[in-house]
Write a protein that binds this ligand. Sequence first.
Ligand code: PMP
Ligand code: GLN
Length: 378
Amino acid sequence: ITSKLPNVGTTIFTVMSAMANEYGAINLSQGFPNFPTSERLNDLVTEHLRVGHNQYAPMMGVRELQEQIAHKIKLMYGVEVDPIQEVTITSGATEGLFTSIAALVHRGEEVIILEPAYDSYRPAIEVVGGVPVIYQLFAPDFKIDWDAVQALITERTRMIVINTPTNPTGAAFSPEDMQALERITADTNILVLSDEVYEHLIYDGLEHQSVLRYPKLRERSLAVYSFGKTFHKTGWRIGYCVAPPELTAEFRKVHQFNTFSINTPIQYALADFLKDPREYLELPDFFQKKRDFFLQQLEGSRLKPLTCSGTYFHLFDYSEISDMPEREFAAWMTREIGVAAIPVSAFYSNGHNNGVIRLCFAKTESTLKAATERLQSM
Ligand code: PMP
Ligand code: GLN
């Protein structure tokens, strides 16, 4: 067969988690928490299973959940969204991203992505016949020159994908970044696909810059979120997409024939759970403590931390230890040191090497302690 995606292999997260299992390494590669997650939320799901919420949910989502999401957005970002016309429940952010691209990018249209980029964007663009246009950012600060991004815009540009806080860099967009994005998209038909799965994982008093806060961006944006990330249940595969009614209508044309609708009892359970905003308002503090503990345990190590303002990933420069390329170094570390990491080169289409690895700190203190003891031995 002629592959539609000849350059795509198995996602790095699957590869590194498998390697971690094979060698019995502590897995700080794929991003998922290993601490106990909310029992109250589990109980709510059970409750809704028992009361009989077990048939197809509405295609766009359970009304109670759409409403609670609109409420949360109002509380977080001070904006009104119409729960019925603007919020669609998805099978994780992964479906939200894919459906946005499939529904809105025509064959031959260009989509600008900023690398290092989450690995699902490019294949989604390619499989629908879109053309990825890549702008690369580099360690240590991954700074975006928006004039350079603007220079990539042509009459075929359909969409720009952004991700803040950013996986894998841990960067967080500033208000100036958002204003620049507003400026370069003004008077164009360009859509913004805003991956905000780490909206609650932002530190040092910074505020998450959602496209929803910026009226001129909001009208051209699809913003994608993940309950898996927010409530530590990555296996539940549920998230949502917020977009103006016209864009949502197109989004749902694809969503309805992709998943049709999402797990019913979990939607009801999340609607109840969201009524207590502390469940998400306390997250920055919770994860900042983990980040700081992790860094403190690594003090004096030959892994040099870059800056992490958000997400639950931290980048480290390993040039004092080795000049191996990142993939080789990550494999060696998994095998010989017993800690699995993600090579950041996997987030670049040309495999660019900064000599940095990504480690996930969404782990219990004892896991972080055991991992850092091993990392200190390098
Ligand atoms: N975007 C980014 C930047 C991610 O790191 C992830 C992984 N959680 C996703 C999207 C996908 O999220 P989900 O697990 O909800 O599909
Ligand atoms: N988003 C997670 C990460 O960056 C992994 C998601 C996945 O494995 N698909 O590690």
